[in-house]
Design a protein around this ligand. Structure first.
Ligand code: NDP
Length: 444
């Protein structure tokens, strides 16, 4: 049996009932085949794939907090420190009822390759809790965040593990986490990224994932003989990634016409009004029905449906497994040219294969959405040198990083005989650097 198949079998056997984690490992290992098989004896001796697919550690803890009625509530929380071969663990914290060990491990595993692709010295980690921030008061959010950090602080540090935001964690939550860390440790250090500008945050971090996604999409299209300007773009999600993807799409001359949240979606043939979307989502924290109510050109529909709209470029920016095979078929039938993932693993394996087999340019999240973590690493650099860079400086670095990522991914795909397959290219390019560092650092 090949080494790849053997290790995938072990992962499934040793991590039962963790479908998201299995899916992520399968996708990565499958695409690493050409790189592994050309060096199989060495990697086998070093148990490299077993080490890569087994987290350094997974911390699970209880978060107890007091709600507004005076009752104690209890949530499960996790931090996976997956691999620190090339730098301190780095990855976001997700607060969503769907969070469990499988989801956190899939995200932490993917993060290893994404972080490596940025070219910056950051390892892979991820954390989160099944706490649902929806409908909670500010005081309840603060109570949860303080309790969460009261346990997590033991395991993190500016040179150890540097968490950031993810679904359900924005500037407000990072502020509460940071305040509690500082209070317990007495340390003013860059232990979190995505911080507010008044206490060590980086300009352009908020915009970075969405902007980076568009920089990479533009480069991908250009290198394949297309132009982004003038194209119609379908976006899912209405959170941090989606909002700034929509904003940058406009700035690059494209027209974003959709967005969605967990209850419904908007089709706005005039193009999404970013200022209104930000007001509804960032300020009022309201549903998209309020966007539709304020915008005569917009149509709101309950449930899913973004991928049924005719578009040239599709950018899934909400959550995992939101673009299914039937959605991929609709996109192909409607003449879509490119799909770039703003979210982590939003496209199922079958949908990805269908898109690739039907000539759609497909760029996986670990490359396409790496602008967020790359800018987090730039925030770490600014914290270390106790300086702040201008918006333009950070944005220019971000653009350079995204263009570079695309070319590294493209080159790795070509080198291993998979020209145009950016899933293979991203995984191999991310893997080689980590594998090299693990080999150099010996058995551990
Ligand atoms: P937000 O919480 O800001 O927004 C998430 C959006 O997706 C919301 O519109 C939310 O709707 C929707 N959504 C969440 N879960 C579901 C679901 N199960 N079904 C349908 N819609 C859902 O998160 P982000 O924008 O930060 O993150 C989006 C994705 O991008 C995630 O996969 C994240 O891991 C990834 N990512 C984020 C980065 C960042 O810098 N923020 C960096 C790299 C990747 P509702 O408002 O109704 O909950």
């Amino acid at each position: 049996m090949s080494y790849v198949d053997e290790v995938y079998g072990k992962v499934v056997a040793q991590n039962p009932a963790q479908p998201e984690f299995h899916q992520a490992v399968k996708e990565v290992l499958e695409s690493l085949r050409p790189a592994i098989e050309s060096n199989e004896g060495k990697y086998r001796r070093e148990a490299l794939l077993e080490r890569l697919t087994t987290p350094d550690r997974l911390i699970q803890f209880r978060v107890s907090w007091v709600d507004d009625q005076g009752n104690i509530q209890v949530n499960n929380a996790y931090r996976v420190q997956f691999n620190n071969a090339i730098g301190p663990y780095k990855g976001g914290i997700r607060l969503h009822p769907s969070v469990n060990q499988s989801v956190i491990k899939f995200l932490g595993f993917e993060q290893i390759f994404k972080n490596s692709l940025t070219g910056l010295p950051i390892g892979g980690g991820k954390g989160g809790s099944d706490f649902d921030p929806k409908g909670k008061s500010d005081r309840e959010i603060m109570a949860f965040c303080q309790s969460f950090m009261t346990e997590l602080y033991k395991y993190i540090g500016a040179d150890v593990d540097v968490p950031a935001g993810d679904i359900g964690v924005g500037a407000r939550e990072i502020g509460y986490f940071y305040g509690q860390y500082k209070r317990i440790r007495g340390l003013y250090e860059g232990v979190l990224t995505g911080k507010g500008l008044s206490y060590g945050g980086s300009l352009a971090r908020k915009e970075a994932t969405g902007y980076g996604l568009l920089y990479l999409t533009e480069e991908l299209m250009k290198c394949n003989g297309h132009q982004l300007a003038g194209k119609t773009v379908a976006v899912s999600g209405a959170g941090n990634v989606a909002i700034y993807a929509i904003q940058k799409a406009w700035q690059l001359g494209a027209k974003p016409v959709t967005c969605s949240d967990s209850t419904g979606w908007i089709y706005d043939p005039e193009g999404i009004d970013v200022a209104l979307l930000r007001e509804v989502k960032e300020v009022r924290r309201a549903r998209l029905t309020e966007y539709a109510a304020a915008r005569p050109s917009a149509v709101y529909t309950e449930g899913k449906g973004v991928w049924s709209i005719k578009c040239d470029v599709a950018l899934p920016c909400a959550t995992q497994n939101e673009l299914l095979l039937e959605d991929a078929k609709l996109l192909v039938a409607n003449g879509c040219t490119a799909v770039c993932e703003g979210a982590n693993m939003p496209t199922t394996l079958e949908a990805t294969e269908y898109l690739q087999n039907n000539g759609v340019l497909f760029c996986p999240g670990k490359a396409a959405n790496a602008g967020g973590v790359a800018t987090s690493a730039l925030e770490m650099s600014q914290n270390s040198e106790r300086l702040s860079w201008s918006f333009e400086e950070v944005d220019a670095k971000l653009k350079g990083i995204m263009v570079n990522i695309f070319h590294n991914v493209d080159a790795a795909a070509r080198e291993y005989g998979a020209e145009g397959n950016y899933v293979v290219g991203a995984n191999i390019a991310g893997f080689l650097k980590v594998a090299d560092a693990m080999t150099a650092q010996g058995a551990y």
